[in-house]
Structures are given as C-alpha cells and as structure tokens.
Design a protein around this ligand. Structure first.
Ligand code: SF4
Length: 220
C-alpha cells in the first residue's frame, strides 16, 4: 500500500478513527492534540507496560515489551505494549532463541472494556503487522483492561481483519486528501479529549432559529 516512510500512518490512530473520524483527522492530519484526564491516565497506564525490562523469560514464554512493528501492506507503523512468544511447533524461529515461537500480542487499556471495536481493531492491526514481519499466522491476542485487571482474549477473525483493512484504506484516502470530516455531535463527544478544539456545541447551536432564540434571551 505504501512506498515511503512518510506514507505510513500511526497504528494507534485506528482507535481514534474508530471512536470518531474527525478526532483522528484532528490529531493525525492536522496534528492538533489536547490532553485531558483520560489521555494522561492512559499514557501513565501504558508507561507502566513499557517501563519494565524489554525482554523477559517466564518458563517457556518469552515476553517482549515496547516492540516496534510495521506493515508496508497496510501502510502503518507502531508499537506493541507486550508480545508474548509461546513455544509452539507451528511457530517461527527467533534470533538468539532455540525452538519455534508463536507471537501473542497483548494491549493494555485503562478502564473497562468498551462497547465499540476500537481496541480490538488496534490489537488486530498489531497482529497483522507481526504476521507480515515474521511470516506467520497469529490466531489470537488479548486486551488487558485496568478495570477489572484481567485479560480479555480476542480472536483475529476474517471479519475483524477486513474491518482493519477497510478502516486503514479510508484513513489513507483522508490523509492523502488532507481532509478532516465535519463535526457530527454524538454522546461520545463528552468524553472526547478534543472537544474544546472541535467545538461540537457551537455547531449544535448554529441554526438561525437558535441564533434568534439566543438573541431574544439576551435582549434586556
Ligand atoms: S468532540 Fe465529538 S465530533 Fe469532535 S472530535 Fe470529539 S468525538 Fe469527534
């Protein structure tokens, strides 16, 4: 899909895109960013995942943290919070390690599991990068939520993979055009880290009737 480094999109942008296309474009096309409590807490939560030793061995499991990943086919680059490599006969060889290993990506998330697919899309995209890099097939990974503190397994189905490819195709099109979708106020706006920049409330009040109603209210 991409020929140059400049064409690569941030893998983490998939979760923004799934949450709101406009939010993704404000961050990744216009390069605007605004921190709120959620983003700061999220960053600290991720920091804990990355701060530990980069490589650890537990029994027949090898654990790598902060592993950079890339897919030229999908046109994305990013980093995995944690990738466990399990000893498996259908795995792949790893430099410096004996035997065969199957990757199992794990993404850390602050808070509780969400109703939408943003986290699953991000994790599946990580797996698709690892598959391209290591020439293997990864059937499953997991999301680790801070509340409750446990893993939720995620199967990388054909449908989930197609959703990742379709979202990335649309993101590349928007990025190439430098286009930011218009405001579409939704319930999720109240939790959005860019709501002050995006100003959905102004748009909601932008009809002539609303303007006249406000003007009447303001008249002494
Ligand atoms: S405030 Fe709402 S419309 Fe604007 S970027 Fe955030 S979620 Fe999207």
């Amino acid at each position: 899909m991409t020929d140059t480094e400049e064409d690569l999109l941030q893998l983490s942008g998939l979760q923004h895109f799934a949450f709101c296309r406009r939010q993704w474009a404000l961050i990744h096309v216009e390069h605007q960013w605004q921190e709120n409590l959620r983003t700061v807490e999220g960053a600290l939560f991720h920091q804990r995942a990355h701060d530990e030793a980069q490589r650890e061995r537990r029994g027949d499991t090898l654990i790598l943290r902060g592993l950079p990943v890339i897919s030229h086919r999908l046109g994305i680059t990013g980093q995995c919070d944690v990738v466990e490599f399990h000893g498996a006969p259908d795995g792949v060889p790893l430099r410096g390690e004996d035997g065969l290993w199957l990757p199992y990506p794990i993404e850390y998330k602050r808070g509780a599991p969400k109703a939408h697919d943003a986290d699953r899309l991000q994790l599946c995209a990580q797996a698709m990068c690892l598959e391209e890099m290591l020439c293997c097939v990864i059937p499953e990974g997991a999301l680790y939520y801070g509340d409750p503190r446990r893993r939720t397994p995620v199967l990388f189905t054909g449908g989930l993979r197609q959703a990742v490819s379709a979202a990335l195709e649309e993101m590349h099109q928007l990025y190439r055009r430098g286009h930011t979708p218009k405001v579409r106020p939704a319930k999720s706006c109240s939790a959005c880290s860019l709501k002050e920049l995006c100003l959905p409330i102004l748009r909601r009040r932008s009809t002539v009737a609303d303007y006249l109603a406000r003007a009447m209210e303001d008249t002494p």
